[in-house]
Write a protein that binds this ligand. Structure first.
Ligand code: IGP
Length: 384
């Protein structure tokens, strides 16, 4: 990144911890972000970025303003206020500890499961970063097996079968369904999916709520499967993208319900610089409209399930494509219908709605043979 960081803070702010977010930087320098406040940010002093280069400074207030919020320097707004203005209901805590460990107002209660997951993730990421700083993860990302073409694999599979391409999910459990599979061998499942025509695989890496792991991602990558791999994670920090790449991921999920526009833009640049694809997930019209305004989005996932309420409705894919199909086609964006697909009728329904791919977990994983279950889901064997 080219941005020069100018030490230009007033003396009264000299001890204010701050982090720098550089939306226009590619990747080359470690980027300090809000999560760095957790402690792994020795350079975090009052610093200022060149606005002309598009850099934005966030700082943790020292009590002169609002003591619990992270502030974006240029606008003076808290990151939660910026997110809320974009319709994002998930609040960020930017704390290095679990909410239950706090006292008084600090002992916050999450509004829904997605907020809970994100608050847990903030703690997890800050701990992981303290152990393995960004520059180390960037270095191992450089030595990872070279990235595979995730979107290209979807194209090839769709043309070959005349059906939406399958991204088959390796997921042991979920907050909405509990344990999906007692006997869970990620490598076995991944190979069965590939053998039965999956174009790409999605590997859950969240441990706390989905019983996944980065070890699963790495083991599947090293087990000889050829399918490109999506790291199914709750990304809140670019550190996680480099980490995913270092474990062999070819794509990551970016959830619009969690990430403000600037984060999505910046994370897309990081993905591009690493040769990875990004699946940008939306659930409603407002999120879709935000994402359609961001340049460079190639793949949008429409989640039929609300991550806040678990409500499931496959008509969501159809409804959003009816409303915004024209602009999606004009921009040549591919759409993936996610969640709650069980039968050939479901597949035909979202195919008619205009999707290029489907992301399926539960209906395959709850069957004895998840590989063979693919032919049942599509109503015919997929070629591969
Ligand atoms: O198991 P299902 O209903 O087939 O859904 C798969 C996938 O869409 C779902 O796991 C998912 C979609 N978006 C997510 C975001 C995080 C975790 C999980 C997800």
């Amino acid at each position: 990144m080219q941005s020069s960081i100018l030490a230009a803070a007033s003396a009264s702010r000299a001890s204010v911890p701050a982090t720098v977010f550089s939306p226009l930087s590619a990747t080359s320098r470690p980027v300090l972000r809000t999560g760095d406040i957790a402690g792994a940010c020795p350079a975090a002093r009052a610093v200022r970025c060149s606005a002309a280069e598009g850099s934005v400074l966030y700082r943790l207030d020292d009590g002169m303003f609002n003591s619990s919020e992270v502030i974006q320097w240029e606008s003076g707004k808290s990151i939660n206020a910026i997110a809320a203005a974009q319709g994002i209901r998930i609040r960020r805590r930017c704390r290095p500890r679990y909410p239950s460990e706090g006292v008084g107002a600090d002992r916050a209660v999450p509004r829904n499961i997605l907020e809970q997951i994100i608050w847990d993730k903030e703690v997890e990421v800050s701990q992981r970063k303290a152990k393995t700083p960004l520059h180390k993860v960037m270095e191992s990302a450089e030595h990872a097996p070279s990235p595979k073409d995730f979107i290209g694999a979807l194209d090839v599979a769709r043309r070959r079968n005349g059906l939406p391409a399958l991204i088959a999910e390796v997921k042991k459990a979920s907050p909405s369904k509990g344990l999906l599979r007692e006997h869970f061998n990620p490598v076995e499942i991944a190979h069965a999916y590939e053998k039965n025509g999956a174009a790409c695989l999605s590997i859950l890496t969240d441990e706390k709520h989905f019983q996944g792991s980065f070890e699963n991602l790495e083991t599947v990558r090293n087990s000889g499967v050829n399918c490109p791999l999506l790291c199914k994670e709750f990304v809140i920090d670019v550190w996680q993208i480099y980490y995913a790449r270092s474990k062999g991921a070819d794509a990551v999920l970016l959830i619009a319900a969690v990430l403000p526009d600037l984060d999505i833009k910046y994370m897309l640049r990081v993905c591009r610089s690493l040769g990875m694809a990004a699946l940008v997930e939306v659930h409603d019209e407002r999120e879709l409209d935000r994402v359609l305004k961001i340049n460079g989005v190639q793949l949008i996932g429409i989640n039929n399930r609300s991550l806040g309420t678990f409500e499931l409705d496959t008509a969501n894919t159809k409804m959003l494509l009816e409303k915004r199909g024209d602009i999606i086609r004009k921009k040549q964006i591919q759409v993936v219908s996610e969640s709650g697909l069980f039968t050939p009728n479901d597949i035909a329904y979202v195919q008619n709605a205009g999707v290029s791919a489907v992301l399926v977990g539960e209906s395959l994983l709850t069957q004895e043979d998840p590989g063979r279950a693919i032919a049942g889901l599509f109503g015919k064997e997929l070629l591969h």
